[in-house]
Ligand binder design. Structure first.
Ligand SMILES: O=C(O)C1=C[C@@H](OP(=O)(O)O)[C@@H](O)[C@H](O)C1
Ligand SMILES: C=C(OP(=O)(O)O)C(=O)O
Length: 441
């Protein structure tokens, strides 16, 4: 639990930012965990020695690194992926097509509630041997690896793109390759394109025409120099939020404009709610420049970029920008039910969000005055902690419980916030009661 303050003092209703307390910082973001996960799986599927780029240093990537490292030592074991959904889904397909392995794949309590049947059904149709150990449709899984037959398959694509990426990366090793027809709305499409692009870097061509992706049987080839893993655009969201709320000077060192990460659309989203991006900023960095619009209203579809929703929601409520967000149907099966978590936590700021239409979140701009210092819960979700922390710019002294959750994707988050001028204090778990305080005297 940490208490987050910033030098900027405001009154809650009418935030003001004294010029002498100007926020100025230069940040180097953690590397993309999505690119890292793909680089690691593709590298493991590439025969011979393949140079591996520098990957992210965070819980989700560490889990994947150790699972794949231990893979050469034992084919029969239990692998626990903790809270890493991408790792869970990618390893399921990886082990299913790895002849000779017999793996029990498990995760955190929450992972056991995150559905995986779309992927398991698909892999079984392609010839895989996978059994549910506990509840049907959810981890843990027992996977006995074998050469998969592959072939033609139709798949519901509105639940998670991770199932699709997992199948695509293992497709070249299938006897007949894979012809995958995506049914329904495709969620998180840019992540699928990232997968295909990184496969192409390793010599595997594919065709994505209308809603069908075709990958012939083929082998991955090591590129002469591997694609560098970029700074994480999803992690940049906290800094766009900080810039929007502080109107300070935030420079980011390692953002790629022509990125293969779909969350690059962050720059476009924030240009509509008050932050411009100057790509050729100070000393080669990217400068974020607040450009507030008093009449802004935000209508945003998050189906291509679900990981940005929490940051943009908190930004809008703090800036008083009414919104209508759509494409949020997958948020219920992430680290927590993110819409429910946002609704709960923002009531602590006197804000009522409306999620009566499934997959949407709306706010009409009204708030009621709060009288208590908010103590925020984080629901084992790194993005709850990171999106709520910037509220300290308006309400110094907020408390964030279980602040260490950020290590899932951004272990240096609190350190980076400190260097930007926030003061992060360890808060006592239990406030002393009045009688205890009396007794101390
Ligand atoms: O493939 C990936 O690297 C990811 C895909 C997205 O998940 P969904 O496809 O389940 O939306 C995203 O939310 C997740 O953080 C990372
Ligand atoms: C949803 C996320 O991760 P995962 O699905 O990999 O657990 C995330 O990082 O926001």
């Amino acid at each position: 639990m940490v208490s987050v303050r910033h030098k900027i003092q405001t009154d809650n209703e009418h935030p003001h930012i004294p010029p002498e307390e100007f926020l100025e910082t230069r940040i180097s973001l953690p590397l993309s965990k999505s690119m890292s996960a793909r680089a690691l799986i593709i590298n493991a599927l590439t025969s011979g020695s393949s140079p591996l780029p520098k990957v992210a240093e965070c819980d989700d990537t560490d889990t994947m690194v150790s699972a794949l490292r231990d893979d050469s030592e034992s084919l029969h074991r239990t692998v626990n992926v903790g809270a890493a959904g991408t790792t869970m889904r990618f390893l399921t397909a990886y082990y299913a097509c790895r002849p000779g392995c017999d793996i029990t794949l498990d995760g955190s309590e929450r992972m056991r509630q995150r559905p995986i049947s779309v992927l398991v059904d698909a892999l079984r149709t392609l010839g895989a041997d996978i059994k549910y150990i506990g509840e049907e449709g959810y981890p843990p899984l027992r996977i006995r690896g074998k050469k998969l037959k592959g072939g033609e398959l139709s798949l519901v694509s509105s639940v998670s793109s991770q199932y699709i990426s997992a199948l695509l990366m293992t497709a070249p090793a299938m006897a007949d390759g894979l012809k995958l027809t995506l049914l329904g709305e495709i969620t998180s499409r840019p992540y699928i394109l990232m997968t295909l692009r990184m496969m192409r870097d390793h010599g595997v061509e594919s065709e994505f025409y209308l809603n069908t992706i075709t990958i012939p049987p083929s082998t991955y080839r090591a590129p002469s120099s591997p694609r560098e893993i970029e700074g994480d655009w999803s992690a940049a969201a906290a800094w766009y939020e900080i810039e929007a709320l502080s109107a300070g000077a935030v420079t980011i060192d390692n953002l790629v404009n022509d990125s293969c990460q779909g969350d690059r659309c962050l720059a476009d989203i924030y240009s509509k709610i008050g932050v411009d991006t100057d790509w050729v900023g100070e000393d080669g960095g990217t400068d974020l420049l607040a450009n507030p619009d008093a009449d802004a209203r935000a209508n945003i579809d998050f189906s291509d970029c679900p990981d940005l929703a929490q940051y943009v929601t908190v930004t809008c409520v703090m800036l008083g920008i009414p919104f209508n967000f759509t494409g949020l149907h997958t948020l219920a099966i992430k680290e927590t039910d993110r819409v429910a978590a946002l609704k709960n936590e923002l009531t602590k700021l006197g804000i009522m969000l409306d999620d009566s239409i499934p997959g949407t979140l709306r706010w009409d701009g009204r708030r009621v005055r709060i009288t208590e210092m908010p103590v925020f819960d984080t629901y084992n979700d790194h993005r709850m902690a990171m999106s709520l922390a910037p509220i300290a710019l308006y309400i110094p002294g907020i408390i964030i419980r279980d602040a260490e959750v950020v290590t899932k994707s951004y272990p240096g988050f609190w350190q980076d916030l400190s260097s930007a001028g926030f003061s992060i204090l360890e808060a006592n778990e239990e406030e002393p009661s009045d009688s205890e305080k009396e007794g101390d005297k």
